[in-house]
Design a protein around this ligand. Structure first.
Ligand code: ADP
Ligand code: ADP
Length: 227
């Protein structure tokens, strides 16, 4: 299994008596953006939560490179994963700088400052660094949430409807910018959306979920352009 960022194999999950997903398989190579596309409620976030080790009530296997997330019946978190939530999940009582710095407590002060300063610059947040979260626009909050995740230098990022709370103009700008950033950093990314247009513009590959399973998996060209 060479050069595989994320691999989901024969994944199934039920909540109570309700089967949500059945025998889902997909893979993301290093540097690829794969979008999970499907209607609201089909289980997209549930897959992301499973990859982030926030859900373990599934069957099948999830690998991050060669590392199996549930090995010998034991759950193992993987520190290389960054998870960007739809509602950003920022800490309201911390300012911008403190939010970005939050996960870096294990690093020494100089390294912490170096990383945070770099991200503040890169994300055009230097002038906002002392602001509280509620003082920021939606687009700025989203940038803080992405900067906070990138601060711990993940290899894999999971993006749950990252554009949902942005207006149309900012959404288009952010799509271009985020795609470029993922490619530049060589991350493996899984993006979740119900928006076909978004999937088409962002993805190297798309997994279309329908009737509890991956109905199609391939490049946008293959899925939407060829007869
Ligand atoms: P999507 O992200 O595609 O909108 P979700 O993964 O959030 O869908 O949810 C899929 C389905 O599973 C929904 O019907 C949701 O209500 C249900 N669900 C999600 N999490 C739980 C849970 N912890 N307990 C029970 N049902 C859940
Ligand atoms: P504001 O910061 O008030 O939202 P703009 O959206 O016009 O203002 O963006 C200001 C700067 O931030 C520009 O230099 C632009 O390239 C950059 N920028 C815009 N959107 C993003 C984004 N999603 N992430 C990072 N930088 C962005």
């Amino acid at each position: 299994m060479t050069n595989v960022g994320i691999s989901v194999k024969n994944y199934s999950i039920a909540f109570g008596n309700t089967q949500i997903l059945n025998d889902v398989s997909l893979s993301v190579k290093q540097g690829e953006i794969v979008t999970i596309l499907g209607p609201s409620g089909c289980g997209k976030s549930t897959i992301l939560r499973s990859i982030a080790s926030l859900e373990e009530n599934y069957t099948g296997e999830i690998f991050i490179n060669e590392h199996c997330l549930i090995a010998n019946g034991k759950r193992e978190c993987h520190k290389d994963i960054g998870y960007i939530f739809q509602d950003y999940a920022l800490f309201p009582h911390l300012n911008v700088r403190q939010n970005i710095e939050f996960a870096l407590y294990k690093l020494n002060k100089i390294e912490r400052q170096r990383r945070v300063d770099k991200l503040l610059k890169q994300f055009d947040l230097v002038d906002h660094r002392h602001k509280q979260i509620h003082e920021l626009s939606g687009g700025q909050q989203q940038r803080v949430s992405i900067a906070r995740v990138l601060a711990y230098e993940p290899k894999v990022i999971l993006l749950d409807e990252p554009f949902a709370n942005l207006d149309t103009l900012l959404r288009n700008k952010t799509k271009v910018w985020l795609k470029k950033l993922i490619k530049e950093l060589g991350l493996s990314a899984i993006l979740v959306t119900h928006d076909q247009k978004e999937a088409l513009s962002m993805s190297d590959k798309i997994a279309i979920i329908n009737n509890k399973r991956v109905e199609q998996f391939g490049t946008p060209k293959k899925l939407f352009e060829e007869p």
